[in-house]
Design a protein around this ligand. Sequence first.
Ligand code: T4K
Length: 402
Amino acid sequence: MKTSIDQLAVLGGAPAFAEPLHVGRPNVGDRAAFAARLDEMFDRHWLTNDGVCVRELESRIANFLGVRHCMLVCNGTVALQVMAAACGMTGEVIMPSFTFIATAHALAWQGVKPVFCDVDPATHNIDPAKVESLITDATTGILGVHVWGRACDVDALDAIARRRGLVLAFDAAHAFACSHQGRMIGGFGSAETFSFHATKFFNSFEGGAITTNDDAVAERCRLMRNFGFSGLDHVVSLGLNGKMSEASAAMGLTNLDSLSSFIEVNARNYAWYREGLGDIPGLQLADYRAGERSNFQYVVVEVDPVVAGLTRDDLSEVLHAENVLARRYFYPGCHCMAPYEAEYCGRGLLPATEQLTKRTLSLPTGTSVDEDDIRTVSALIRLSLGESGALADRMGWARRTS
Ligand code: T4K
């Protein structure tokens, strides 16, 4: 590993990694088992539309999460769209801006206006104390996001929703296999959605799920993901094609068999990062709650530029030069992206969100990252922040005073 600032690639040295180290490299279980499932699928001559693999995966996920219903769909975005429609979200829905753009777009695509709420800087999740003042006559719901897999303040949001007669639902795209107060995420609110995209620690290539304990919501979701068909030639509601294919479900079943080993690897990687990054002034590693189940799929650092001496963007530039492709999730926040930015961006409406979007950086983890990689990434971060003054001068970056 490099030991001196002069060897940093950003200053002209060779990159620490010959090949890029990615955030979001897919975890893949037993390939032979997956191939066997595909063979069986071909023998059945059934490739999609509520097939055997989809049903098996739905039932296994519902059991695992302890929920009555799991409806698989083709991705996490469609899961949000179908859930929003099935739960009766119309008019305005209050949600955080500090999330992937899909959360906002899914609502807007349904003709529902996302109303952005600030986050709690400590948890990165929607701040219940800021929700109430955003409620108008047009508000029909609150959509929380369990960012990084850490549960929202479910109880506080539930109390507001009950008091004001609103639907409460959650985007749990990050939170598969995580718990809140000892209960698996998936059964809170009216419904919750998951993403099983390739970049998620549990993937079905593309895929997603809606989970709920509400029989009526489940029934509407099942109809809506299949064009509204309730039988041959009989359409009873508006719908779309949100179905998961058998190949995706076969991948999901295969990866579900390896779920605990994926979580073990993530937890171990997270511990190595904590060891490597634990005590750097101005750098905070987002933690996972003791006593809860976590998937540890995101390793997120928050850079305080005043204390660290470099901004998150400076650090990101160094890491990218070294072939560490850290990601600025979630920059610049949904409220500063089209088509929402004209109403929200730069107006000081979401101060905690705006600060967070400038400070967080997601680091590579998962089964393709090993201990040596993490020690090297940690050493690079240590060196960059330790030599922040010299690095800033050499790069012409502004020294941070505020
Ligand atoms: N709600 C939330 C809170 C979400 O985070 C997401 C998705 C959704 C809803 C919507 O769920 P989906 O409709 O996507 O199921 C990625 C993922 O595409 C997205 O699923 C995820 N959140 C988001 C946080 O991350 P991008 O735009 O960063 O993707 P991309 O193509 O830049 O890839 C990310 C990294 O992964 C790169 O370093 C490359 C690497 N990668 C990617 C793929 C697909 C691989 O190494 N192999 C691969 O096969 O959004």
